[in-house]
Structures are given as C-alpha cells and as structure tokens.
Write a protein that binds this ligand. Structure first.
Ligand code: CU
Length: 148
C-alpha cells in the first residue's frame, strides 16, 4: 500500500517534470476607444512547473486582421517608452504580471467593447498553444496608459 502510493506520487512528479508543468493564465483587455484600433491587454501568467517557459507569440483568435505585440515599458531620461519584446520569459515557479506602465500586450485590428470577452491564442516556446478568454474592461477603469 505504501509502496504503491509512493509509486503514484513519483509518477505524478515525473509527469510534471517531463511535461510543461501547470501554467495558469488570467488577465483582462481594455476596450478600444472610438477612432482607435488599438487596445492594451494585461495578462498574469503563473508557471507552476519546474521548467522555465517562454511566451513567444500571441494572436487574436477571433479577428482575422488582428495582431498582438508584446511590449515592455522602459524609462529613458524620465520618459516612458514602449519597446517590443520578442519573447516573454516565464521562470520556473514564478508569476509574471503585466500591468499599465510595464509589460503589456498591444492588440490592434480588433474592436473590443467593455463587457465582452476576447480570445487570445498564446504560443509558448515549447510548442504549447493555449486559448484564453479575458474580459474587456471599460475605459472608465482605465489607468494612465498611452501608446506611442
Ligand atoms: Cu504598447
């Protein structure tokens, strides 16, 4: 009995080590403002695995002409500027949180209204593709975030 439980635990541990580990994704997008075709989205990615992961590409699953870029915000001489990121590293056993004024996704070519959900297709470096739905929040809840 003890031996079989031990074997089971070992099997669970090794399947976790061989696999990518648990990756939880949450977050939200901002609504697109009238006349604008861009909106920011902020994800929280929790890598519960013992293997580093990385997010390589994000697509707007519902919008044929939509595109998503991964941005970080850097401060140069006191001025905040956006910089594209090729990949987003997700270290083992860590949480990466995007937020206004920092890491974010720029969604373009999509019209998003508050109260809707937007579906994002996340591509990870190890080949995993994950579809996530995040809520769209209104501009009234908007923090100060300007693109460009
Ligand atoms: Cu940006």
């Amino acid at each position: 009995m003890r031996a079989s439980l031990f074997t089971l635990v070992l099997a669970l541990l090794s399947s976790n080590a061989l696999g990518a580990g648990v990756l939880e994704v949450g977050g939200y997008a901002r609504e697109t403002l009238p006349g604008a075709n861009m909106a920011a989205a902020y994800l929280t990615l929790r890598n519960d695995g013992d293997t580093p992961r990385s997010l390589q590409k994000v697509e707007l699953a519902q919008f044929e002409h939509g595109s998503v870029s991964l941005h970080t915000t850097v401060s140069e001489s006191g001025v905040s500027r956006m910089r594209p990121l090729a990949t987003l590293p997700l270290p083992a056993a860590s949480t990466v949180t995007m937020a206004p004024g920092g890491l974010h996704l720029m969604l373009s070519g999509a019209e998003l209204a508050a109260g809707e959900q937007v579906q994002l297709r996340l591509h990870f470096a190890d080949g995993e593709v994950r579809l996530v739905n995040v809520p769209v929040r209104s501009a009234a809840e908007q923090a100060h975030h300007h693109h460009g």
